[in-house]
Design a protein around this ligand. Structure first.
Ligand code: PEP
Length: 252
């Protein structure tokens, strides 16, 4: 049985004070929720303060990115041990904004995945096709290439510590969600690739989230699909009430 997982990606939003206020409100709204894992990914600057605020609660901490080197002359970068130090359990990797704006590739995502796993944290690996790729019938092959490229060489045990987030780029921040059937179709395809690369058990055990304009109105239909194990939520995670409703509607 896969436990659903809902992660709020706050992107480049919230000062430290705003982040603490948001998570404090969220904490009380979902205090009685069980059967679903919840994490928030504030900007680096707010990780320590948010980590303190959620201590002892049912909310976990995620980072939005990391660098693969352990330490040294890498101006502006943050290492996995630095994230661990703040109490992070998850690290989002390969988000389409990192790929598009910062030149992230499957090879760099792969190095980050290994660095995160080596320190015992759990990567959330984002994949997804652009609108042009979907419209030209290439969605499946694009996602398959990303999956194979990022995850090659990992053991089945390492793979099972990873959550995959299927995020069609055309659905991120656009208000245009993939239909539950479109998402389910891709999630099944991803599971088939995992079966080929790893094993049947791995394919069954790995959690696959959907991401792209998820809100309190569309989450229930998405969660009804058997291969959708939660959501990576951007815009709707910036308000405690909307995010708490998504969390509550995700209890399977
Ligand atoms: C995201 O940034 O991962 C995301 C899915 O954003 P939004 O929910 O705003 O589309």
């Amino acid at each position: 049985m896969r436990t659903p997982i809902i992660v709020g990606n706050w992107k480049m939003n919230k000062t430290v004070g705003e982040a603490v206020n948001l998570v404090s409100e969220l904490k009380s709204l979902i205090a009685d929720v069980s059967g679903v894992e919840v994490a928030v990914a504030p900007p680096f600057t707010a990780l320590v303060a948010v980590g303190r605020e959620i201590g002892g609660s049912n909310i976990q901490l995620s980072a939005q990115d990391v660098f693969w080197e352990k330490e040294g002359a890498f101006t502006g970068a943050i290492s996995v041990s630095m994230l661990k130090d703040t109490g992070c359990r998850f690290v989002i990797l390969g988000h389409s904004e990192r790929r598009q704006v910062f030149g992230e590739t499957d090879a760099s995502v792969g190095k980050k995945i290994r660095a995160v796993l080596a320190e015992g944290l759990q990567p959330i690996v984002c994949v997804g096709e652009s609108l042009e790729q979907r419209e030209s019938g290439k969605a499946f092959s694009v996602v398959e290439t990303q999956i194979r490229g990022c995850l090659k060489g990992l053991s089945p045990t390492e793979m099972e510590a990873i959550t995959i987030a299927y995020e069609p780029v055309w659905a991120i921040g656009t208000g245009r969600t993939a239909t539950p059937l479109q998402a389910e179709e891709m999630h099944q395809k991803i599971r088939n690739v995992l079966k080929e690369v790893f094993s049947q058990d791995t394919a069954i055990n790995v959690r696959i989230q959907y991401g792209g304009s998820v809100n309190a109105e569309n989450i229930r239909d998405l969660m009804e699909q058997s291969d959708i194990d939660g959501a990576l939520v951007g815009g709707a995670s910036l308000k405690a009430v909307s995010f708490s409703r998504i969390v509550k509607f995700s209890q399977k």
